[in-house]
Design a protein around this ligand. Structure first.
Ligand code: NOJ
Length: 549
């Protein structure tokens, strides 16, 4: 009998290395720091850890501006530290996934530097998207696209003689030059990088901007670039759904057919290694039904489903989102995934209103998510119930803040280092943390939460433990759930065998009738009670019931 796959129902914990644990007192987290906390990772009850980039980088975009994808940036340590971490994570029985960033290289990458010093039309320039400008003196960019981070998607170079030269494309920061995936050097180099990390033993990759690699019609203006930029932004909410859907259904630089060929070739590489090496796509595609195309059986393994990352805590939104997701992935027999937070979005508690109410909603939302079929991703600190920290503009580092002239505060609030204990700087660093840790986080420290059976941390541990043990949750390839009738504002379903969930997304306490013969497994907040068949659900709570003894 073949061994069961480890990944379709896995719980994967995202470590943002710069903010996890500092080991050398420079105020920034590093790989040795992660290694020192491996027992903590193990204690959570997750299956794997995904590390955001720790590669050589000038760090203009949190390391997503890679200058050497096969080396470790000194701020994070060195290659030996990476090897030790891979080994250390494996030793405690966890798996490790690393990021790969194929849409762009840092402008510090030797290829880009070589391109700058090479003539127009040279092989070195062909690895990127270099074009002459339009207008009499080439002063108008080759097309009118905007950067996702704000401002134009093109920057002009300066030639050796000091005169303005060609333009290069950057969908993100101007220090992140888009690679040309029509170029064979690019293909070969990324294959080399995949093999490099696979040879070192990583169990898979999170693929950054996985929908962006293939571009079409570069030398053509978009009919409404400003509207397109707004449509791509999650925080723009005043755009009619129909307009957004129309704009997003045809983005000249996202979700083009050409990306799939690349992933088919990568899949062959993953499959050629022993053990199951996996890949998860970061790809925002529209309509969401297009996501299934990335996880066809000869392409990638998972694609993040970001529905929950932006959804309110509301049954009216969540039920259709769950139904749609399950239907879509079922068509390609791929497992669904669920994501509540990551380093690019406000923290869950903050998004759900903040304060104590936000914290209870976050727990209820997590408990719902942990009961769904498929894989889940948990962003570091989500288990501690952290909210976004307030930051002064002077300490912000996110290029989004700078490229929007401060109109958009950016993502630093979700990237503040973790509070561990009562020593210096919450045990994160002996130096000055790269972002200040809010003093109010003293009640959120791991050391306190560890001791408190009602803490968010222990709630996550319990929820993940049950998830990995209950026969209905621990993983089958049957991704269906059986919906139950429920009052407005309530989510109710069963999973086979013997598992029932009720989630009350309203702020009122509700009395419901539970199925016969069940007992209470887990409630997301005090006050969830089962007396006979009478189930009491406080506002913003989730409960799990079991029929199994
Ligand atoms: C998605 C990453 O998660 C984000 O942090 C980064 O800024 C962009 N891709 C560009 O690489």
């Amino acid at each position: 009998m073949s061994q069961k796959s480890w990944w379709p129902n896995s719980a994967i914990y995202q470590v943002y290395p710069r903010s996890f644990q500092d080991s050398n007192g420079d105020g920034e987290g590093d790989l040795r720091g992660v290694l020192a906390r491996v027992e903590y990772l193990k204690s959570l009850g997750v299956d794997a850890v995904w590390l955001s980039p720790f590669y050589k980088s000038p760090n203009r975009d949190g390391g997503y501006d890679v200058a050497d994808p096969r080396d470790v940036d000194p701020r994070f340590g060195n290659l030996d530290d990476a090897k030790a971490l891979i080994e250390g994570i494996h030793k405690v029985g966890l798996r490790i996934i690393v990021d790969i960033v194929p849409n762009h290289f840092s402008t510090d990458h030797p290829w880009f530097q070589e391109a700058l010093s090479s003539p127009i039309g040279s092989a070195a320039r062909a690895r990127f998207h270099f074009y002459d400008g339009r207008g009499e003196n080439g002063e108008i960019p080759p097309n009118n696209w905007n950067s996702i981070f704000g401002g134009p998607a093109w920057s002009r170079t300066t030639d050796k003689d000091g005169r303005p030269g060609q333009w290069y494309l950057h969908l993100f920061d101007s220090t992140q030059a888009d690679l040309n995936w029509e170029n064979s050097d690019v293909h070969q180099d990324f294959e080399r990088t995949l093999r490099f990390w696979l040879d070192l033993g990583v169990d898979g990759f999170r693929i950054d901007v996985a929908h962006g690699l293939a571009k079409e019609t570069i030398l053509k203006d978009h009919h409404d670039p400003e509207a397109l930029t707004r449509a791509l932004r999650l925080d723009v909410t005043d755009m009619p759904d129909s307009q957004r859907a129309e704009l997003l259904s045809d983005v000249p630089f996202f979700d083009r057919e050409g990306v799939h060929e690349i992933y088919r070739s990568w899949r062959k590489i993953f499959d050629s290694y022993p053990g199951e090496r996996i890949s998860v796509a970061e790809a925002w595609v529209h309509p969401s039904s297009r996501a299934a195309r990335y996880v066809r059986s000869d392409e990638l393994h998972q694609i993040f489903n970001f529905d929950f990352l932006v959804a309110p805590w509301s049954a009216a939104t969540l039920i259709p989102a769950i139904k749609r997701t399950l239907l879509e992935v079922a068509e390609v027999s791929a497992p669904p995934t669920w994501v509540l937070s990551n380093h690019d979005s406000p923290r869950l508690v903050t998004r759900l209103g903040g304060g104590e109410d936000g914290e209870w909603r976050a727990r209820a939302f997590a408990q719902l998510t942990h009961a769904l079929p498929g894989g889940i991703y948990i962003f570091q600190g989500e288990e501690l119930g952290l909210s976004d920290g307030e930051l002064a503009d002077e300490v912000r580092q996110d290029p989004i803040f700078f490229r929007t002239q401060g109109r958009d505060k950016g993502r630093d609030g979700a990237r503040i280092p973790l509070p561990w204990d009562s020593s210096n700087n919450f045990g994160f660093t002996n130096g000055k943390p790269w972002l200040p840790i809010p003093s109010q986080w003293s009640s959120k420290r791991v050391i306190e939460q560890d001791e408190d059976s009602n803490s968010s941390l222990n709630f996550y541990r319990e929820s993940l433990r049950i998830r990995s043990e209950h026969p209905a949750l621990k993983g089958s390839s049957d991704y269906r759930i059986n919906w139950l009738d429920a009052p407005d504002g309530v989510i109710a379903f069963e999973r086979h065998p013997g598992f029932t969930l009720f989630a009350n997304t309203t702020s009122r306490e509700l009395k419901l009738v539970a199925p016969p013969g069940v007992s209470l497994l887990l409630g997301s907040r005090p006050g969830v009670r089962l007396e006979g068949e009478r189930l009491t659900l406080p506002g913003d709570s989730t409960c799990w019931l079991t029929k199994l003894k």
